[in-house]
Design a protein around this ligand. Structure first.
Ligand SMILES: NC(=O)c1ccc[n+]([C@@H]2O[C@H](COP(=O)([O-])OP(=O)(O)OC[C@H]3O[C@@H](n4cnc5c(N)ncnc54)[C@H](OP(=O)(O)O)[C@@H]3O)[C@@H](O)[C@H]2O)c1
Length: 281
């Protein structure tokens, strides 16, 4: 059996090997999932290696867009979003790519908040690879509105333009995360607030927006894609707002990758335990 892998730069912190090997072991397929530290300049060499030696791999930062020119086939939404996190390698070395981040987010929202995305109003803070992939998925799944606030507002405008071409009836808006008036207006109408910047990964990071804008009367659920207890999550919980971090998103994007590669059902609880570094029972 050929191996599977996750590639990134850095990649040491990745929880994917523990999570994926728990699934392979559950199905008596050994522990074939490894991590490779691949720097941007090494991506081409890695792809040649993968064609000969791997059956599939996950891409994390900074390879989600850079991998696309190497692929023989790309899912249209992943191509439009320029974000691929799951690559399958067939016996002939042909590579096909897709993104499971949006499925991961949708399933995490359902698990954490018991709510579906169809007809829902979303507000994204941040507009990197994760926001691109998940916004396309949510639009495909029937979201009513997607509002995007990003430090580099041009990126938010570009994503909104791409989304509007693919989904003409989707309501879209963009703003700076420093525009308190607009954010406060958005929050009053939002069902899901998705924190999709990298702010909160480091202790000294500033908040992604003015946290005073969150108030207990809001009807929104707060989801931070980061899987730490960030200041945003702490504030939301203090106010009694429904709030969750990104660990379930990580779990379900990995579960979908496993199912794409193997055609087998992902053993969710075993993968969750593997992701958290716990022995599965
Ligand atoms: N839970 C999961 O399964 C999962 C999956 C994927 C990603 N994630 C998380 O999602 C987050 C974003 O990942 P990504 O892949 O989208 O990263 P990315 O492509 O590098 O995008 C980073 C985002 O953060 C913003 N940002 C970075 N530094 C900032 C600062 N100092 N001030 C304001 N904004 C700043 C960027 O704004 P600019 O555009 O202005 O630079 C951009 O919107 C990360 O925290 C990652 O851990 C979680």
């Amino acid at each position: 059996m050929r191996n599977y892998a996750v590639i990134g730069d850095p990649v040491e912190h990745s929880r994917s090997p523990g999570m994926q090997n728990a699934a392979f072991e559950f199905h008596h397929l050994g522990s074939p999932y490894v991590k490779y530290h691949v720097r941007p300049a090494e991506l081409g060499d890695f792809v040649e290696f993968a064609k000969r030696q791997l059956a599939g791999f996950n891409c994390t930062v900074p390879h989600k867009a850079a991998i696309i020119p190497f692929l023989d086939e790309v899912d249209p939404d992943a191509l439009a979003a320029q974000s691929v996190n799951t690559v399958t390698v067939d016996e002939n070395g042909r590579l096909s790519g897709t993104s499971t981040d949006g499925y991961g987010l949708e399933t995490a929202l359902r698990e954490n908040f018991g709510k579906d995305v169809e007809g829902a109003e979303f507000c994204f803070i941040g507009c990197g690879g994760a926001a691109h992939a998940t916004a396309f998925h949510l639009a495909r799944r029937g979201a009513k509105t997607i509002r995007i606030a990003n430090r580099t507002i041009e990126k938010a405008e570009e994503l909104a333009e791409k989304l509007s071409k693919c989904f003409p009836s989707l309501e879209l808006d963009t703003a700076s995360p420093r525009d308190n008036g607009t954010l406060s207006d958005w929050f009053a109408r939002t069902n899901f607030l998705i924190q999709a910047t990298s702010l909160g990964l480091k202790f000294a990071d500033p908040p992604p927006f003015d946290l005073e804008l969150l108030t207990p009367d809001l009807k929104l659920a707060v989801f931070d894609t980061i899987y730490l207890d960030t200041p945003l999550l702490k504030r939301a919980k203090e106010l009694g707002l429904p709030a969750a971090g990104g660990s379930a998103m990580l779990l379900y994007q990995g579960a979908k990758s496993f199912e794409i590669w193997t055609g087998l059902p992902a053993p969710i609880e075993e993968m969750r335990a593997g992701m958290e570094g716990k022995p599965s029972c």
